[in-house]
Design a protein around this ligand. Structure first.
Ligand code: OSB
Ligand code: MG
Length: 377
């Protein structure tokens, strides 16, 4: 369902941008590298009716996608923020149109749009989940597990998450760190809901290895090939029994429609940052729902800001698979919101406060800030 009732327009006075560096509880290793610190940009929209918060989910280096923190910082302060401030008054639903002339930079746009949306909803006393069309008050929580030293270490780490109550395990894989890892988890934990994420580490030349995964009854394999390999993903999908899910490739509703038309994916991971915002994410949810394609909510190691908004998004009816919507403690010993998301019976609550529904811990925010700039009208 498209957004039923638009949010209030806001009269913009400025935007505060901050780069944060928040230590992770443990290094997070994927096929493209290891992160020990989360570098994120927090956006504070300053309006005549109060503030709104958003998060730009870029990482320090352009390894997952072409976006990265310093690039997002530059495009935000030089182009995106000035374009919005030039409007003066803007409705949250108008933000993407105002920013559309600037090509790409979807994560930067998404974080700014969320700040404006949060400001508009808070000013009206409305809740993000209800605004987006949420139909659940809590969502099942899956966990994304990085590549470990060896399969035995992976079994240990996954065992800990299962003990905590996570209802679905996703492991990162790459060539040479795939079959033995998956086999070890099946051996140790039997038929748990399990999926793998390759972050583009394979090519069609690896089709035999990828077909070996078929014997493990995985929920899905996420993004085995490159971002622009839509036709190759379709070829691979025909050769595998394991459902192919796309992450990196789905950068917009157009990309989603094209992937579905080519049968390149039978499941879609939706990340608001990757697609340019929560409204675009809802549009992709809607088109996948119409096409009977299950979706789930991906994550980008969000702080409590993005984590709250992701829980709201994941509560829409088409999100029929558990998402990477984990507790704050999965990544952080200390978060920047006053009530970080916790795991309750394998689920995370959809916030019910106004806007994104969480309050900023200004002391933590200050402690993690490494750069800041305020751009005013
Ligand atoms: O591919 O889903 C991914 C984190 C950073 C970049 C890409 C990905 C991920 C994750 C973590 O898998 C998901 C989370 O935030 O829990
Ligand atoms: Mg992924």
């Amino acid at each position: 369902m498209p957004i039923a009732r638009p949010a209030a327009s806001v009269s913009l006075e400025g935007f505060e941008l901050r780069v944060l560096r928040i230590p992770l509880v443990a290094p997070f290793t994927t096929s493209f590298g290891t992160e020990e610190v989360r570098e994120a940009i927090v956006v504070r929209a300053l309006t005549t009716d109060g503030e709104g918060w958003g998060e730009i989910v870029t990482a320090a280096a352009p390894l997952y996608s072409s976006e990265y923190t310093q690039g997002a910082w530059d495009v935000a302060r030089r182009f995106l923020v000035p374009a919005l401030l030039a409007q003066g008054t803007v409705a949250p639903e108008e933000v993407s149109g105002v920013l559309a002339p600037f090509v790409g930079h979807r994560m930067a746009k998404a974080g700014i749009e969320l700040a404006v949306l949060d400001a508009g909803l808070r000013a009206e006393g409305r809740v993000l989940g209800e605004y987006l069309g949420a139909v659940h008050d809590r969502v099942p929580s899956g966990v994304s597990v990085g590549i470990q030293r060896d399969p035995a270490a992976l079994v240990d780490v996954v065992g800990g998450y299962l003990d905590e109550g996570y209802v679905r395990i996703k492991i990162k894989i790459k060539p040479g760190r795939d079959i033995a890892e998956t086999a070890a988890l099946r051996e140790a934990f039997g038929g748990i809901p399990l999926q793998v994420d390759a972050n583009s580490a394979y090519t069609l030349a690896d089709i035999d290895t990828l077909a070996e995964l078929d014997r493990f009854d995985l929920l899905l394999i996420e993004q085995p090939l490159q971002e622009d390999d839509i036709v190759d993903h379709a070829t691979l999908a025909r050769a595998l029994r394991t459902p192919v899910c796309l992450d990196e490739s789905i950068v917009s509703r157009k990309a989603a429609a094209d992937a579905l038309a080519l049968a390149a994916a039978s499941v879609v991971n939706i990340k608001a940052g990757r697609v340019g915002g929560y409204l675009e994410a809802v549009a992709i949810h809607d088109l996948c729902r119409d096409a009977a394609i299950p979706v789930w909510c991906g994550g980008m190691l969000e702080t409590g800001i993005g984590r709250a908004a992701n829980a709201a998004l994941a509560a829409l009816p088409g999100f029929t698979l558990p998402g990477d919507v984990s507790a704050s403690s999965r990544f952080y010993a200390r978060d920047i919101v006053t009530e970080p998301a916790v795991l309750e019976d394998g689920h995370v609550r959809v916030p019910t406060g106004h806007g994104i529904g969480v309050q900023i811990d200004e002391i933590a925010l200050e402690d993690f800030t490494v750069a800041r700039e305020t751009v005013r009208r």
